[in-house]
Design a protein around this ligand. Structure first.
Ligand SMILES: O=C(O)CCC(=O)C(=O)O
Ligand SMILES: [Fe+2]
Length: 372
């Protein structure tokens, strides 16, 4: 029958962030897309477990050695990487080189942060118009605490001081060290991925100077389960607004991925980092690879900590299809857009559609050519 959307999209998008490219026609289109979708919120049932591809960074990294066997191993690993991207949109990497000591040090400190009194954490609360800070996200059945910062040292110091007035340097140091290591690794992987998919590295270079990093820690509280078969959703199904995302997890399961129309549970792997393809790469490759739809399940046995690192464009960056992914058989699927425009729509979907799961949670729908 009618759509179940409780909060129809009305009123203008805040003009401060509204690029000129927006006009009323597009705004109307957004409304149409949102209205055509209905609530598909059903409690997720237990998902089957699947192994995702596993790649060895030691094999992928080029070496100065000209050893024949080594070259073949590397070539094979690169093919596996390309296949992981086209078939799965996600994979684990091992031998990534991020020191275990550093990860554990940061995990310990971020858990200390989450165990601070709520009033103190709220001193660093995320501002409505910002993506940085602390967030206490409580729904009927789920509870997640999130802490997120970017590359700006001043912001990191600002929030760290509020949270750890007496010992903030220790926290800042670990955060910055981990962020830098993850930045390095993610750029390396992004380069391997784009090159492996046949992207012209000159076109990739245009983005190199327009990339920033976000580090986000998610603390999922342990929830009571009344029905063993029914799971409680933590994060709703979504695609990340990133080039790629890196995910570190403790030993508690909770991540689920969508593959071929089914949800699968991905178990944490010791010393492995989960890589996910984000929306930006889907656009640049003109849909040759898709961003990974994923969600999380609220744990019941013990709490769960995950740390995500997102490589995202700078606000000023324009995202457009790399020409080598367009030909007669592959017409352009997306119009070029500015990153702020993406963020605004991403936020619109999250806030205006609170409590509603869209059948297709993709923000990229808005950048497809208009249908007549
Ligand atoms: O906690 C996880 O496993 C995933 C987190 C996630 O998807 C996100 O922060 O975007
Ligand atoms: Fe995500």
């Amino acid at each position: 029958m009618s759509s179940v959307i409780k909060a129809p999209v009305t009123g203008p998008i805040p003009s401060m962030l509204m690029p000129e490219i927006y006009d009323n026609r597009l705004h109307f289109q957004h409304q149409k897309i949102l209205e055509s979708e209905s609530d598909t919120t059903t409690p997720p049932s237990m998902s089957q477990y699947r192994e995702i591809p596993m790649l060895d960074m030691r094999e992928l990294r080029s070496s100065s050695s000209h050893h024949h066997h080594r070259g073949r191993t590397q070539q094979y690993a690169k093919e596996q990487l390309a296949r992981a991207c086209t078939d799965w949109g996600t994979f684990y990497v091992i031998n990534h080189g991020i020191p275990e000591e550093l990860i554990q040090r940061y995990q310990k400190l971020i858990l200390q942060l989450f165990s601070l009194p709520l009033e103190q954490k709220l001193q660093a609360e995320r501002n409505k118009n910002s993506i940085f800070g602390y967030e206490f996200r409580q729904n009927q059945k789920s509870l997640i605490e999130i802490f997120q910062v970017g590359d700006h040292e001043a912001i990191i110091h600002h929030y760290s001081r509020k949270l750890f007035p007496n010992s903030y340097t220790q926290f800042c140091d670990a955060l910055k060290e981990l962020k830098e290591a993850l930045c390095h690794l993610s750029l390396e992987i992004l380069e391997l991925v784009t090159e492996g998919l046949g992207m012209n590295m000159k076109n990739f270079d245009m983005y190199r100077r327009e990339i920033q990093g976000l580090i986000r820690s998610n603390f999922y509280h342990q929830m009571d389960s009344h029905d063993e078969k029914e799971q409680v959703l933590g994060l709703k199904p979504h695609m990340d607004g990133s080039f790629i995302s890196l995910l570190l997890q403790d030993d508690v399961a909770g991540l689920e991925i969508m593959k071929d129309g089914n949800w699968f549970c991905v178990k944490p792997k010791e010393n492995a980092i989960c890589i996910m393809i984000g929306d930006v790469l889907e656009v640049i490759t003109n849909g040759y690879i898709s961003s990974l739809q994923h969600r999380t399940i609220q744990p019941t046995m013990k709490p769960r900590l995950s740390i995500g690192y997102f490589l995202i464009p700078l606000d000023t960056c324009t995202i457009s299809i790399a020409p080598e992914f367009v030909d007669a058989k592959n017409p352009p699927l997306f119009r070029p857009f500015n990153w702020l425009e993406y963020l605004e729509l991403h936020r619109l979907l999250r806030t205006r559609l609170k409590g509603i799961s869209r059948p297709n949670p993709s923000t990229l729908l808005f950048f497809k050519p208009l249908e007549h």
